[in-house]
Design a protein around this ligand. Structure first.
Ligand code: AMP
Length: 306
């Protein structure tokens, strides 16, 4: 592996403006997007390059938030039109996001053109149109990258299933919600759903179950973790993306794809996600440092060992 690359990890996904409503409050234009949460979380472990598009309404304060961290923005395009907008609402139990509005806006005509000097070894195809995931795979996927993972959601499973299955055939891992794993596999049992998704390509299937934790299927082996037990849960938006960001960031930092290291990466993903949900948008991540992550990881380790 080439360790000289300044940006060993890259992500394509959405950089968005979100309208969020939870039982605890409302934000009309919050900073969000799958790639925003992913890259901010990953940057605690490794520098990361972000591939995305925003419109000319994208606030400069939001860009400055990404600039706080070692996040390469040379592939963050600005195009005329409006930024991707998502409006979501959470009920009292905060477990499921209900999409009220999705405006693709500048995403519709986006065609990412990558110009890495050294291609990233770790690549994450965050939640976005599978056609765009495929375009990035064509330019930076295997054999250039050594590890490629993806995410998706109901919006794309319903609209772009054929394209999504083509992406799945080309990735090493998928990180996906339980509901979406069932929907994608058309199979209510999670174990069978994971096996079916695995048979379509990804060697590792990582299923996030919100407050119920995470299940990992890799090379015929299983690993399960609960979610970190939290008293203050404010806004679940971005939990999945920060989970994936911390997990991939740690894998890229350690350059170790063995099962034991994957377990540590997944635990760090769960810990970083537990911080994200303590406040709106990226607010809690912005007040986070590695020491707090390590402290919570240690408590989590004690809770999980027996
Ligand atoms: P999650 O980690 O699943 O809570 O992801 C939340 C983020 O996903 C929000 O900040 C949204 O902007 C973004 N999002 C919502 N719908 C979509 C979609 N259809 N494609 C890509 N990103 C989306």
């Amino acid at each position: 592996m080439n360790t000289k690359n300044n940006f060993p990890l890259a992500v394509i996904g959405t950089v968005a403006i979100d309208g969020i409503e939870t039982p605890f409050g409302k934000r009309e234009r919050a900073f969000g997007g799958s790639a925003s949460y992913f890259s901010y979380a990953a940057s605690f472990f490794t520098p990361v390059s972000l591939v995305a598009v925003v419109g000319n309404d994208f606030p400069s304060e939001f860009r400055k938030i990404l600039e706080e961290r070692p996040i390469d923005l040379s592939h963050l395009e600005r195009s005329s039109g409006k930024t991707f907008f998502w409006r979501g609402k959470y009920e009292f139990d905060l477990n499921t996001a209900h999409t009220l509005e999705t405006e693709l806006n500048v995403l519709t005509d986006f065609s990412p053109k990558l110009h890495f000097e050294t291609p990233p070894e770790f690549l994450f195809l965050a939640n976005i149109d599978p056609v765009l995931q495929e375009k990035v795979l064509d330019q930076a996927g295997k054999p250039k990258a050594c590890f490629v993972a993806c995410d998706t959601m109901n919006f794309w499973i319903e609209r772009k299933r054929k394209e999504l299955l083509r992406v799945l055939a080309r990735v090493d891992a998928i990180v996906i919600n339980d509901g979406e794993a069932r929907q994608l596999a058309e199979e209510p049992n999670l174990i069978r759903a994971a096996q079916k998704i695995h048979s379509w390509g990804p060697a590792q299937v990582i299923i996030k179950k919100g407050e119920h934790g995470v299940l990992v299927f890799a090379g015929g082996r299983f690993f399960a973790l609960p979610a970190y037990p939290l008293e203050t849960l404010f806004d679940p938006t971005g939990a999945g993306d920060s989970f994936a960001g911390a997990m991939m960031g740690y894998l890229a930092k350690t350059q170790d794809l063995g099962f034991e290291n994957l377990k540590r990466a997944v635990a760090l993903g769960a810990v970083v996600a537990s911080f994200t949900v303590e406040d709106f948008s990226l607010d809690r991540l912005r007040r986070l440092d590695l020491r707090q992550i390590e402290e919570r990881l240690e408590i989590f380790r004690r809770i999980c060992s027996f």
